[in-house]
Design a binder for this molecule. Structure first.
Ligand SMILES: Cc1ncc(COP(=O)(O)O)c(C=O)c1O
Ligand SMILES: Nc1c(O)cccc1C(=O)C[C@H](N)C(=O)O
Length: 379
């Protein structure tokens, strides 16, 4: 068994970069990542020095380009070359831009969404369907039943409830084979495993930064628009910061030629720069190590809880999973409340799923063991 101080764990020292209490087992980084220590200091600097001393001059001293600059840093973690990602808005808003942009001017008839999707994706897809007149069809990813009438397919890379990981390469190819576009929601896979958006020819992708990227509560989301798709990405939220010359204050909207056309309004600078500081942690790690440790942590935890009474592990046991373990139990609500009282923090997805997220940058094998042992005492 591997211990938290295992010398073969190349990430063991990274936990020290996070501001975490040692008596808490934090297994909810798949909902809200823990704060890297550098964030508090950076936010103070932004408020005191940049906002406080430089005042409005800060817009031309790095603030205005922050969505593209921080976007490139996120891009590096998801296989996107520079100039194709902006950090802005929420995932929900970016989903709207992506889906509307994907179906603009199409003569095709339907939008397909994976049937287990996180609710916001389904709600936004419904809205896009109503606004455009395209039909909306929910389908299981293993049987999408795509046609030459399919305009766009929206898929969650890792399922928020079960932790199942979809095969991005195979599904992207499958969608392209019928001439449709694919939009990937990377909320539960960004910062989890190596992703190759450029290499796979993905059309559009979105994701949040407050989970495994540790940007903080409500940190702005990202949207990926590949170079080749940028000239035709006519997203509907034509706010002034997506204009090719925002400060010309022209009455006519002309979109920026590049990825900045995905911007809408004034960026949320304090949250954006908190995320920027949080991303420094990634300068010291290889995504392959993060992935390897995440698989080991989750499989270790699964092996410890497998035989517990009335527990059903619903996360795939093979490598087609993200970094969470989901357990079904009829008394999930009581159990999660009691775990949290005992400082083991996971979460509940109704009606009966206990979720435990493992963030390899700060979770240890001892965390997995303490969580499993505490769970055992409650069953
Ligand atoms: C797959 C997925 N998409 C989207 C969201 C959320 O989107 P937003 O950042 O707009 O709240 C979440 C989590 O909240 C999610 O798990
Ligand atoms: N986005 C969240 C929020 O604003 C408050 C509480 C939780 C969340 C979440 O991230 C939920 C998460 N997407 C999930 O997988 O359930």
């Amino acid at each position: 068994m591997t211990s938290p101080t295992d010398p073969t764990d190349p990430l063991a020292h990274i936990r020290d970069l996070f501001d975490l209490d040692d008596d808490v087992v934090y297994l909810d980084g798949n909902s809200l990542g823990a704060p890297p220590k550098a964030v508090a200091e950076r936010v103070q600097h932004v408020v005191r020095e940049q906002w406080g001393r430089r005042l409005i001059r800060s817009w031309s001293e790095g603030w205005w380009e922050a969505p593209e600059r921080v976007g490139d840093r996120v891009g590096r973690l998801i296989g996107a070359a520079p100039g194709q990602v902006v950090v802005a808005d929420s995932t929900s808003v970016n989903l709207f831009k992506a889906l509307m942009g994907a179906v603009r001017n199409t003569d095709r008839m339907e939008i397909v969404v994976d049937e287990g999707t996180f609710p916001t994706d389904g709600y936004i897809a419904r809205s896009v369907s109503e606004l455009t007149g395209l039909a909306l069809r929910a389908a299981p990813p293993e049987e999408l039943d795509l046609r030459d009438t399919t305009a766009v397919v929206l898929l969650n890379h890792v399922d928020y409830r079960t932790g199942r990981l979809l095969d991005m390469a195979r599904l992207t190819e499958q969608v392209h084979a019928v001439g449709a576009k694919v939009v990937w929601d990377l909320c539960h896979s960004a910062g989890v495993l190596p992703i190759e958006l450029d290499a796979l020819g993905v059309d559009l992708a979105v994701g949040c930064t407050y989970k495994f990227l540790n940007g903080g509560p409500g940190s702005p989301a990202f949207i990926y628009v590949p170079k080749a798709g940028q000239p035709v990405f006519d997203q509907p939220l034509t706010g002034w910061t997506g204009h090719e010359a925002p400060f010309a204050m022209s009455p006519e909207y002309t979109p920026d030629p590049g990825v900045s056309r995905a911007r809408v309004g004034t960026p949320d600078i304090i949250s954006m720069l908190a995320l920027d500081a949080a991303l420094d942690v990634w300068d010291h790690v290889e995504m392959a190590d993060v992935r390897a440790k995440g698989l080991r942590l989750t499989s270790h935890f699964m092996s410890l809880v497998d035989d517990l009474p009335d527990i059903e592990v619903i996360t795939p046991r093979d490598e087609w999973r993200g970094h969470q373990v989901s357990l079904r139990h009829p008394e999930a609500k009581r159990i999660m409340a009691q775990l949290i009282e005992r400082q083991v923090i996971g979460d509940l997805r109704p009606p009966d799923v206990l979720r435990f997220g493992f963030a390899p940058l700060y979770n240890t094998f001892a965390d997995a063991e303490r969580a499993a042992a505490t769970l055992k005492t409650l069953l």
